[in-house]
Design a protein around this ligand. Structure first.
Ligand SMILES: Cc1cc2nc3c(=O)[nH]c(=O)nc-3n(C[C@H](O)[C@H](O)[C@H](O)COP(=O)(O)OP(=O)(O)OC[C@H]3O[C@@H](n4cnc5c(N)ncnc54)[C@H](O)[C@@H]3O)c2cc1C
Length: 217
């Protein structure tokens, strides 16, 4: 299993046993996540912007309008930090201090490049679509030239990254286990409700299985 090299900035200092640097652990979290938070500094001002993403092999893809400050800034190849967080549960301890969350998260560092080549750009857009709704791309109208031109796609190599994972019950102080206070985990997950038809839907456009049975895994 390939492990990423730890660097000064990707090494976990707090609870390093919860860390993982193998690509499989990192990829599983990236593939299940929905949004990332992109941190960068523009003219001395730090920004952290939420956005969609997809993983294509060992690269993280983000996209958006050509006019986006975030994309224009990142396209210059500046240092960026991207995080993805999944919440698996609320961890209720007997003491206020030991409350926690079960989570899986990834922090990645690097410099993004602009994806200009037409086929690569289309493949990246397809990956973004499939990451969110598997099966959708083949059903929809593909981007036309104008839409392609007005969309910026960036690719960030996932070479300097860490995963951190908390699982299991609360970890209370030994003397607190005798307290008559409920403790345990409230599991949490992302659940899709029933789809809502667009009011302008044509009669012959029934919701496909990937819509009616959508679930995040
Ligand atoms: C779930 C989710 C998915 C998204 N997916 C995409 C995507 O795939 N592609 C894409 O381009 N954009 C996406 N966005 C929108 C994204 O967050 C930015 O708003 C957008 O990229 C414009 O960035 P900008 O730096 O050009 O914004 P600017 O308009 O230049 O930002 C100016 C200021 O507006 C505020 N601001 C900007 N964005 C937000 C925000 N989301 N919430 C609150 N305040 C904000 C901040 O104060 C920021 O400093 C998504 C947002 C969310 C929440």
């Amino acid at each position: 299993m390939e492990k990423l090299t730890q660097t000064a900035r990707s090494t976990l200092r707090r609870l390093p046993l919860r860390g993982a640097f193998d690509r499989r652990s990192i990829n599983q979290i990236l593939d299940e996540g929905f949004i990332c938070h992109v941190g960068f500094v523009a003219e001395g001002q730090p920004f952290v912007i939420p956005t969609g993403y997809a993983r294509v092999e060992d690269k993280l893809i983000i996209h958006g309008s050509q006019a986006s400050r975030m994309l224009r800034t990142l396209g210059q190849g500046i240092e960026v930090c991207v995080t993805v967080t999944l919440i698996d549960g609320l961890v209720l301890a007997r003491s206020a201090f030991h409350h926690s969350m079960n989570y899986r998260s990834v922090v990645a560092f690097g410099r993004a490049t602009v994806v200009d080549e037409r086929e690569e750009k289309l493949a990246a857009l397809r990956a973004l679509s499939e990451h969110m709704i598997p099966g959708r791309w083949d059903d929809v109208r593909e981007p036309n030239e104008r839409e392609l031109q007005s969309t910026t796609v960036l690719s960030l190599p996932i070479d300097e990254a860490s995963a951190k994972v908390r699982t299991g019950p609360p970890l209370d102080d030994e003397e607190d286990y005798d307290l008559p206070i409920w403790a345990g985990v409230i599991p949490m997950r992302l659940v899709a409700d029933a789809p809502i038809d667009d009011p302008r839907l044509k009669e012959n456009a029934a919701a496909p299985d990937y819509v009616r049975e959508y679930e995040r895994r």
